[in-house]
Design a protein around this ligand. Structure first.
Ligand SMILES: [Zn+2]
Length: 286
């Protein structure tokens, strides 16, 4: 019995060995078959689609940071070396095609910035409009205001537009394709300024003196050699002093000819004044 068992185990072992050997042979033959087939396919592919492959390998190369010396050789070298990576190069070709709709999407995402505000300025300050600073528009005359100017108008002009004097100013930052205009800015003189109360104006005049209020925090750049209440002046309120350049800057205007853009107001106690809120409203100093 023991001999039979030993014989059986030997047979089973031999059978297992045969199975392993056959599997190994098949695997090796599979590998050997695969290599020549692949190269033959590649040679076919290269011969039939050589122009295509050079095109697909061409596209990514400009976007890659290739050194200038390599760039001219790229078509010849890459067509051979990248023939081994034929499929990946085809994928990069697809990716470059996909990048086109990507760019379109980017353009769409930028469309809110395509508000019709090119060459348009803040109706009060005259500064170029920036959407990120908050945008308001008069629905009557279509001029724009930044949020800061909108606040100034609420505080000193009863919320009235400085161009058309209507109270129809709304926030338009979220809206698209808003048509707009620049304000008609009146150039006023010492003779006619009383006719432009409530309007944005430009004025050029000699600065006789820079007065400080009794509170010590308001400043008047006097364009007439008169008292604070009786003369035309540019007034700077304390919360605007910093953005107007500070007291030193205002004081430096004494004796100079200054061109200023601002909102002309008639204060019941302090008289005619040009309200300014931003350094951009100083248009020139001579
Ligand atoms: Zn208006």
């Amino acid at each position: 019995m023991a001999e039979i068992l030993i014989l059986l185990s030997i047979l089973i072992f031999l059978g297992a060995c045969v199975v392993v050997i056959i599997a190994t042979i098949k695997f090796v033959s599979y590998l050997l078959d695969k290599k020549p087939k692949n190269t033959s396919k590649q040679s076919q592919a290269n011969s039939s689609t050589r122009t295509n492959s050079t095109q697909t390998t061409y596209r990514p190369s400009p976007s890659r940071p290739v050194s200038p010396s390599q760039a001219p050789n790229a078509p010849i070298v890459s067509s051979k070396s990248e023939s081994n990576t034929y499929r990946p190069s085809a994928k990069t070709g697809r990716q470059s095609k996909l990048s086109i709709p990507f760019k379109v999407i980017e353009n769409n995402s930028e469309s809110p910035l395509d508000l019709d505000i090119k060459d348009l300025v803040d109706a009060l300050t005259g500064a170029p409009l920036q959407i990120q600073l908050g945008l308001y528009q008069c629905q009557r005359c279509k001029v724009f205001y930044q949020a800061q100017s909108y606040r100034v108008i609420q505080e000193v002009n009863e919320g009235k537009c400085v161009s058309c004097a209507q109270k129809q100013i709304i926030n338009v930052a979220e809206r698209k394709q808003q048509r707009g205009h620049n304000a008609d800015v009146n150039v006023i003189t010492l003779e006619n300024y009383r006719d432009y109360v409530g309007n944005v104006i430009t004025f050029e005049g000699h600065v006789f003196e820079v007065k400080t209020s009794r509170r010590g925090i308001d400043y008047a750049v006097m364009f007439e050699n008169k008292s604070w209440s009786n003369g035309l002046k540019m007034v700077v309120f304390p919360d605007r002093l910093h953005s107007m350049g500070g007291y030193e800057f205002l004081k430096s205007l004494e004796g100079h000819k200054v061109r200023v853009r601002g909102l002309l107001k008639l204060h019941e106690k302090y008289g005619y004044q040009i309200v300014v809120s931003d350094h951009a409203m100083i248009l020139g100093v001579q």
